[in-house]
Design a binder for this molecule. Structure first.
Ligand SMILES: C[S@@+](CC[C@H](N)C(=O)[O-])C[C@H]1O[C@@H](n2cnc3c(N)ncnc32)[C@H](O)[C@@H]1O
Length: 244
């Protein structure tokens, strides 16, 4: 898996800072509202239970953290980490608006060097985040490190539907239409060109599952949604099980 530079990370950080004001609007528009369903299914998959502690890595505007907090699991705490301050500012407004300040705590930081001790979270979510990490392996190792034995991780990422009439139509939309609409609405010339490029450059499902295994996860269960437009990976640290 290709390791990118610190300069790449800085560019990603700047890019998300610039698109932050229109990020939620563009998510809903460009996914036709499906992004909400994908996050809900991800939170169903991690299945919060009372008094658990979660980390929502690359939390952005905190949609996943808010979805976890909305579940009826008393005493749940969610830490939302991101390296983009403008994204975190929007997240904080949404958290305040939803009355969830007692449940969600935001923290600025890098996903590749998590500012948390070992074995401290019951669950970790990362939606559309890991693809942007300069060092995906390091990110996965950090996820593994901060999860308690028996904890679980849920990673939601874009994938590509199989070839065929629908798959080809989606590719045309994703490669051609989405970057133009994204540029027009966000005012950022490249951010939404970067999206299809980064999805194309992301490891295949098999390679990513291998990287998860090498980082110390097992029982890895991939699940595709919306004909393969996104994939959810569920896994647990391998010290508990090693049957994958
Ligand atoms: C596409 S957004 C996803 C946000 C949110 N999880 C969601 O579901 O909408 C990617 C987020 O990852 C953050 N990010 C990317 N690389 C990161 C890194 N190495 N460390 C921390 N945050 C990172 C960006 O700042 C951005 O907010």
């Amino acid at each position: 898996m290709v390791e990118k530079s610190a300069e790449f990370s800085r560019q990603i950080q700047t890019m998300f800072g610039l698109v932050a004001p229109r990020y939620d609007f563009l998510n809903r528009l460009l996914s036709l509202g499906l992004d909400r369903t994908w996050r809900k299914v991800s939170v169903d998959t991690i299945a919060p239970t009372p008094n658990e502690r979660f980390l929502d890595l690359a939390t952005g505007t905190a949609d996943v953290a808010l979805e976890i907090a909305s579940r009826r699991a008393k005493g749940v705490r969610v830490f939302g980490l991101d390296f983009s301050l403008p994204m975190l500012e929007r997240a904080q407004k949404k958290i305040r608006g939803a009355g969830r300040c007692d449940t969600i705590i935001l923290q600025a930081g890098s996903g590749e060097v998590l500012p948390f001790p070992d074995d401290c979270f019951d669950g970790l979510t990362c939606a559309f985040g890991i693809r942007n990490f300069a060092d995906v392996r390091r990110g996965l190792e950090e996820m593994r490190r901060v999860l308690k034995p028996g904890g679980r991780v849920v990673i939601l990422e874009f994938s590509m539907p199989r070839r065929g009439p629908l798959g080809d139509l989606y590719r045309w939309y994703f490669d051609r239409v989405l970057p133009s609409v994204g540029r027009w609405v966000s005012g950022h010339p490249d951010a939404y060109k970067y999206l299809p490029r980064s999805v194309a450059a992301f490891p295949s499902r098999k390679e990513f599952m291998n990287a998860m295994r090498e980082a110390g996860f097992c029982s890895i269960r991939p699940r595709t949604l919306t004909l393969g437009v996104v994939t959810i990976f569920w896994a647990t640290p391998s010290s508990v099980e090693s049957n994958s």
